[in-house]
Design a binder for this molecule. Sequence first.
Ligand code: UDP
Length: 405
Amino acid sequence: MRIAMISEHASPLAILGGEDAGGQNTHVAELSAALAAAGHDVRVYTRRDAVDLPVTVRSPDGYDVVHVPAGPAEPVAKDALLPHMREFSRWLVDQWRGGDWMPEVIHAHFWMSGLAALAASRQTGVPVVQTYHALGVVKRRHQGVQDTSPARRIGYEQELGRAVDRVIAQCRDEVGELVRMGVPRSRMTVVPSGVNLGTFAPLGPAAEREDGRPRILTVGRLVERKGFQTVVRAMSYVPEAECVVVGGPPAGLLETDPYARRLRALAVSCGVADRVRLVGAVPREEMGRWYRSADVLVAAPWYEPFGLTPLEAMACGVPVVGTAVGGIKDTVVEGVTGDLVPARDPRALGAAIQRLLDDRIRRFAYATAARERARRRYSWAATAERLVEVYGDVAAVRRPTRVVA
Ligand code: UDP
């Protein structure tokens, strides 16, 4: 099939780890690669955010990345991108109408891509599949006044859910949220993200570690909702272990990063500073080394639309202690591949980590089951196959177009 991916702020080519870069970049890159490997013709449309970017870049994984001129050719925070979405969709329509490549389906990632996709669809009749990746209503609930999303985000997300041809929910928790938003259940299909089982495997090089000290690893953008403060506090209840935090700005910029400074100050006040190490951003191809060096992967977000890092750790055969939120409740099977604790509860988190560190047999059993679960249920090839079924279903239904002069 000819598939247009729209990922307005998250380029599959972007370096991961910045505040606006994370799982969506990985998701779009891996999904596009898996679809291309299955013989599909994939173009990923993302905003041109630097003057020297060529219009089209061929990814080594067999798909094209097209840089769409919409707004200034410089980095713009995603919360400031909404005004440029009209320009984004106009450019798409011009390209598709004027060229020799018309997609059979548009798969939009994130709500603003959905708006651009829907506008383009109204002119071309191409059906739209929507993955939200994150929901404004959940973000508002947890971040309150600190949520910097445009005020109309929640309303737009509701409208999108009723207007697109299919909504992809990434986990059961998201289905519940979408139903409460008024999105009809009949429009939804649950298709989880996948994990690259080649990159993330139990065998391979591992990052160095100190002798005799168990390693707790936690990974993600250095933002408050990822719960790193809870992890640092939990270290008081895990007296022997070291905690390695991977992610955030590159190592050289950690000194000046306000959140990294807060975490360091917290570690000092909890008396664990000598056992907490911030590594900074690590390139994607290096991530396996870090997972493999860990005894336990801790994922302690307040909320998590899907959460790739627990799954990546599982694929490497590393047990997970996670908070019982969002997608983590689907990927981690409590008592089988890891343990789940309530969010924002350092004592419960610390106790769960310590219990696992004290029990080598349980860790081994979790590790084996985790790898097996990742392998059987979360390959990108399987995710791509399920999505192609959805694409085929929506493409089989003709949509009306509104042609404008
Ligand atoms: N990641 C990375 N380098 C880092 C930190 C994270 O490559 O230094 C990757 C990580 O392996 C995962 C993604 O970034 O693939 C984070 O995805 P997740 O769903 O956990 O969080 P999000 O950033 O989407 O909220």
